[in-house]
Design a protein around this ligand. Structure first.
Ligand SMILES: *Cc1c(COP(=O)(O)O)cnc(C)c1O
Length: 366
């Protein structure tokens, strides 16, 4: 059995360090927003090269709080991709703004920047790019475009911790970068967790207020906030993994390149685009397959995990049918019909990679 993701191998390696950390948190009896959270924020900020990082309860909250802290709200349009997880668009709704979906590039699966520019209106307040599957958006180009039109950029970095363009980390380009530490993400907690990175001290301060019931000073509340505090146990676990994140991402890239070497040239299979400009961190390894369902069936009968991320683009989701159902985004719709994600995690062994690629070759050749 080769699963899509296997978190047990990583834990085996970290066990003694995490058990020790767990005892220390229990002994300290400080469970929420304590020294581990503060240290995590400092360590992540340093790693990303952003002056500020504010931890919160999930990636969804990170997106929501980032939009709220930037003052995005009712009447505002936020341009985003339909080829993403629902949370990207939910966050836009939470602040009362309107998502505007534009189509993606068929090589990178990320927002098509020409279409982003064409979709800007006088109501556009922000662009919300997603660095999908760990592939960084061309951020220098998007920032030039956004600056030209006076709109903000909020990056959805849920899948891109450690991805970079020109040596600069995703999350460090826009007005804010929102990260998820959901267990299966490249940097994953053992529960829900998230974080917002920003270079703006006022935005950072607003985020700290919003995540803790709108209070600067305890029991004095100036705005309606939220309970989106991170706990010490998750922060301790994330700090242990932070020390190894470059190694984890390097291993993911090794797996991806082994897949690429064995799947390039297989008829009907298109391997992920990697141009060397951006550093792709392969949260997912997603191929396009002309006969996707046959390959998925062959993998499953060989006891190999695979998944379709994402089968339905957001503008075709039932929840958005009334508001966006008329929109046609042919590239997203085509990619959704052909995309297939293969098992990937840092510990995936060469033998297992070989078994996956041989099963695919066999399915293609009948
Ligand atoms: C995982 C994910 C989120 C949400 O993160 P949670 O921590 O699960 O709330 C948002 N956007 C994208 C693209 C994601 O993959």
């Amino acid at each position: 059995m080769i699963p899509m993701v296997d978190l047990k191998a990583q834990y085996a390696d970290l066990r003694s360090e995490i058990e020790q950390g767990f005892r220390e948190v229990l002994d300290s009896a400080q469970f929420i927003l304590g020294p581990n959270v503060q240290a995590l924020e400092e360590e992540v900020a340093r790693y990303l090269g952003t002056p500020h990082a504010v931890a919160c309860n999930s990636g969804t909250d990170a997106l929501h709080l980032a939009l709220a802290a930037l003052g995005i709200g009712p009447g505002d349009e936020v341009i985003t991709t339909p080829f993403t997880f629902i949370a990207t668009a939910e966050a836009i709704h939470y602040v009362g703004a309107t998502p505007v979906f534009v189509d993606i590039d068929d090589a990178t699966f990320n927002l098509d920047l020409e279409q982003v520019e064409a979709a800007i209106t006088e109501r556009t307040r922000a662009v919300l790019p997603v660095h999908l599957f760990g592939q960084p958006v061309d951020m220098p180009e998007l920032m030039r475009l956004a600056d030209r039109h006076g709109v903000l950029v909020v990056e959805d970095c849920a899948q891109s911790f450690g991805a970079a363009v020109g040596g600069r980390m995703t999350g460090a380009f826009g007005a804010a970068g929102a990260f998820s530490f959901f267990p299966s993400k490249n940097l994953g907690a053992y529960g829900d967790a998230g974080l917002v990175a920003t270079s703006d001290p006022k935005v950072a301060e607003e985020l700290r207020v919003l995540r803790n019931h709108g209070s600067r000073e305890r029991y004095h509340h100036h705005v309606i906030g939220y309970n989106s505090r991170l706990d010490e146990v998750q922060a301790m676990i994330l700090r242990a993994k932070m020390r190894r994140i470059d190694q984890y991402n390097a291993c993911r890239r090794r797996v991806a390149h082994a897949y690429r070497d064995r799947l390039s040239g297989v008829p009907g299979i298109t391997v992920p685009h990697e141009d060397g400009v951006g550093r792709h961190v392969y949260h997912q390894y997603t191929v396009l397959a002309s006969d996707r369902d046959a390959i998925a069936a062959a993998l499953r009968s060989a006891d190999i995990g695979c998944a379709v991320y994402y089968p339905v683009p957001l503008h075709k989701q039932p929840v958005f049918r009334d508001t966006h159902g008329h929109v046609q985004l042919p590239i997203s719709e085509k990619i959704a019909r052909h995309c297939l994600s293969l098992p990937i995690y840092p510990e995936l062994a060469d033998q297992q990679i070989l078994r996956v690629t041989e099963t695919i070759r066999h399915a293609v050749n009948g």
